[in-house]
Design a protein around this ligand. Sequence first.
Ligand code: SAM
Length: 444
Amino acid sequence: MSAVRFARTRFRQASELLALVLPGQYPADSVIERYFKAHREMGSQDRGFAAETVYGCLRRLGEIRATIQPLIDDMNEERQAPYITAAYLVMAQGWQTKSFADTEFNREAETLVKQIRQFDKTRLSEAERCNLSDTVYQALSTTFTSDDIQRLAQALNQPAPVDLRVNTAKTDRERLQRELGAQGFDCEPTRLSVWGLRRAQRGPLFNTPAFKQGQFELQDEASQLVSWLLAPKPRETIVDFCAGAGGKSLHLSQLMRNRGKVIACDISARRLEQMSPRLRRAGCDNVQLQPLADEHDPILGNWREQADAVLVDAPCSGTGTYRRNPDLKWRSLDLPALNALQASILQSAGRLLKPGGRLVYATCSVLSQENEAIVDQFLADHPQFERVGVDRQYEDSEAILASLQTIDASAAEALRTQGTLRLYPHLHQTDGFFAQRLQRKASA
Ligand SMILES: C[S@@+](CC[C@H](N)C(=O)[O-])C[C@H]1O[C@@H](n2cnc3c(N)ncnc32)[C@H](O)[C@@H]1O
């Protein structure tokens, strides 16, 4: 493709795609997938450029919008899209007025470039500088200093690596690493998860024989530690209360050696159904899918005081996953409503435990309002539960605690003594994740 046609076509595709993503009606990745299906003429480099540009715009949208505000003030999102795309290409990719000469943006380019050059960056609010919404910035300010928020936001605004969780029922980490490496997919063992492999770049991993044979799943390293924190054992009955499409149910089943029972519940029957092919591929026979009307569904009475362990991977703001889902940053967020739902789910989940049973409350959020605050309130209302640290009897605990110790001694201490796992991208190079291990007292 000539340089001229390259700029014209690719600019049009990227801004067209951004116009579809900006209203935030559907997750960006599904909009992008649909666009590519409808535009079969796009080669892999065109697709790469369009997707990276759209994700880049979403990562820096706060700063971009503030910088070019006077030019887009009275426009709807569709009309804003070429301006935002162009601003991103100028601010992050070094495009200049002349780069737009052959694009449909040629007449506006000069004014836009001038606006960007003249903009006084000191006028950016803290939230805009961090490319976070005001709601999230304010929520973070109650726990973090502004320097920490900046470091956290900078890490959340980078693309995430690709993490795999090895299915130890089918292979082991070294073998899979060798097999994938031989096919050109180099990976490194993850530092904290003993089941993880990490790749710096994306690639068509789903086409590999290893994936088709169920030897691995894609799962962020932090998320891999959550099922482990529940210390699942063969022959137990474990409820995964918010199982979704089963990322953690699959791992629970693996840690239980495919014995006992995982009851995978969710209010979304569609998401639960997406688990079925994953279970077949992984060879898991001990997972039962249980759709719920809500967290008070009477069917839950079947497991009242019956479960050895319950996992609550609660619906949350997803602030810890902004690296993968930068579109989430710009969706409306009703924290009080989410907090009420989280508390209600945790309360219902607590009723399912036998005396002595284990409970893990987890979110992929970095906001204490969704994490510590929910757990503190639950413990205040339920004195029969307590926080329990990770002891040495835990399978793999020595390896995981020792690795965490080398990266962040205070995080290791919180996990060892309190059963609290707090991970952040700027400190641990994982998604932002929170998990708290609780236990119902044996006599209560
Ligand atoms: C963070 S996602 C779970 C992700 C999943 N555990 C995994 O590892 O892939 C939260 C899930 O909670 C479900 N959910 C929302 N409200 C719920 C409720 N009242 N009871 C049970 N599940 C609920 C959502 O449908 C969503 O699938």
